[in-house]
Write a protein that binds this ligand. Sequence first.
Ligand code: MG
Length: 237
Amino acid sequence: MQIDLEALKKLDLKAFFFDMDGVLFDSMPNHAKAWCAAFEDLGIHFTPYDAYMREGMTGTSTIYQAFTRQLGRDASEEECQRIYKVKCEIFESLPVAKPMPHVLEVLQTVQRAGLDIYIVTGSGQRSLLDRLNTHFPNIFQQEKMVTAYDVKKGKPDPEPYLMALKKGGFDAHQAIVIENAPLGVKSAVGAGIYTIAVNTGILKDEDLSIYGAGVVYHNMEELLSELPEIIAKAKRI
Ligand code: MG
């Protein structure tokens, strides 16, 4: 898929909004593994593909959907809590996810171009900024983050990306979003922001383009190779 240069020329680029899981960190394999194992415990069939398709959804919604689909009934509150607890325990036991290869260079390219960098994530880890600073020093700032603590609805609702626009005082045409998940793309596109999908997992490209991604790359290196041109076209001097 080729990027639409005409669409980029309509932007007045001031900032990039980065998703975190599957974009900055290669954490989706761990999430998928943990979900599958937690469901398997109860004899519910749930595949890694199911997990990738639901990335960004709340744990509760993920569990309710799986129950309705497989058992034709809602999960009880107790079942819901139990599965989510098991999922979290398994996730915590897995090796910590590494930064996505070449994403640091992507961030540095954006920073060198004088553009703002925001994080928009459904994650709510208290130590998030410390972890980000360890792997990506001098890139992120507390006031340029939207996390689980800032929003009520979360992705796929546009709320998190609308909040990032509000925090920065940007209009939708002044930002570009980098996302890896279908529901993340849906959220960003719903906020009216041009969205670049990077398919860092096991999904089909169509799973991302169907929600309105302007382009789908397959890894950060591919994005990196076109990033200078993207910035040059989208940024007004
Ligand atoms: Mg993600």
